[in-house]
Write a protein that binds this ligand. Structure first.
Ligand code: SF4
Length: 264
C-alpha cells in the first residue's frame, strides 16, 4: 500500500490575524483526497497543531475504511466495544500534555474518577514491574514495544477514559486510537495476536509523523509516551516551546508522512 503526496499545499489564505488555512490535495492509494487544514500562522507548539492533525487522520482513516469496504470487508469495531482500549497506546508528547489539559477541564466528580483510575493503573503497573519501563524515555524498537505491549495487555488495565466500554473523550482521543480499526472478528480482540487480528491498513500514520516531528524539534524529549501514564509524564516534562510556524510544521508533517509509507 502506498500513499503519495501529489502536491504541496495549493493555497494559503489568512482566516484570522493568527490562523492560516491551507487547501491540500493528496493522492492516497491512487485516490484523490482534498483537505482544508487550519493552523496557527505564527510560531506554534506541536499541541496547537493537533486539531489539524486530527482532521487529517480522520480523513485518512475514512479513506482506508472505504478501501477495505470496497474490497468486501467490514470494520468490526463498534460502539460499546473497548477491547482495544486495554492495549498499550503510544501517544506523542504533545498529546500527553493535551490529555493533562483535558483531565484538568473535566467536571470535578468525573475528574476525580479519572485521576483515581490513573493512580490505580499506576499501582498495578508497579506491582507488575512494568512501571519503570513505561517511565523510561529511551526509545524502544518496534519489536521491543510489541513484546512489552503483549505483557501489558495481559494485565487487562482499561484506559482511564474508557466508560461503559466507550471512549469518554471521543473527540479528544489520541491519533493512535483513531488509526486503530480491525476487520477481524470482535471476539479475537480479547486475545490479540498477529495471526488473529487484521487491522485496517493505514497507508500512512499521522501519529508516527507527529512522534517524529516532536523528536526532531526536541531531541531530549521522549519519542512516545504511553497513554496510561500521560498525565504523570506531562507533569514531569514541561511542554516543548514553540519552534516554527504552523504552516512550516504542517509541511514537515507531510514530508514525514512521505517517509512513513512503509509503516502499517
Ligand atoms: S483514549 Fe479513548 S479510544 Fe483511546 S484507549 Fe482511551 S478510551 Fe480507548
Amino acid at each position: 500500500m502506498t500513499a503519495k503526496k501529489r502536491t504541496r499545499p495549493r493555497r494559503h489564505h489568512v482566516t484570522t490575524s493568527c490562523q492560516v488555512t491551507a487547501n491540500i490535495a493528496l493522492r492516497v492509494d491512487g485516490e484523490p483526497l482534498a483537505l482544508e487544514l487550519t493552523v496557527p500562522g505564527g510560531t506554534a507548539t506541536a499541541q496547537q497543531l493537533l486539531p489539524a492533525l486530527r482532521i487529517l487522520t480522520d480523513q485518512l482513516v475514512d479513506a482506508a475504511i472505504h478501501k477495505v469496504e470496497a474490497a468486501g470487508q467490514k470494520v468490526s469495531c463498534q460502539k460499546g466495544c473497548g477491547a482495544c482500549c486495554r492495549q498499550l497506546v503510544p501517544i506523542a508528547p504533545a498529546e500527553a500534555h493535551r490529555l493533562q489539559t483535558v483531565v484538568d477541564a473535566l467536571p470535578e466528580a468525573r475528574r476525580a474518577e479519572v485521576v483515581v483510575r490513573f493512580a490505580e493503573a499506576r499501582s498495578r503497573l508497579q506491582a507488575a514491574d512494568q512501571l519503570d519501563t513505561l517511565l523510561d524515555t529511551s526509545p524502544m524498537t518496534l519489536e521491543q514495544r510489541r513484546r512489552f505491549g503483549l505483557d501489558y495487555f495481559r494485565l487487562g488495565i482499561a484506559c482511564p477514559f474508557l466508560l461503559d466500554e466507550s471512549c469518554s473523550i471521543y473527540h479528544e482521543r489520541p491519533l493512535a486510537c483513531r488509526e486503530y480499526l480491525v476487520t477481524s472478528p470482535v471476539a479475537h480482540c480479547a486475545q490479540p495476536s498477529a495471526s488473529t487480528i487484521d487491522c485496517v491498513p493505514m497507508p500512512v500514520k499521522v501519529s508516527v509523523a507527529l512522534h517524529r516531528l516532536e523528536s526532531a524539534q526536541d531531541t531530549a524529549s521522549a519519542s512516545w509516551v504511553p497513554l496510561i501514564i500521560a498525565p504523570e509524564w506531562a507533569q514531569m516534562h514541561p511542554a516543548a516551546p514553540p519552534t516554527s510556524s504552523g504552516p512550516a510544521q504542517l509541511e514537515s508533517v507531510f514530508e514525514l508522512l512521505g517517509a512513513t509509507q512503509s509503516v502499517t
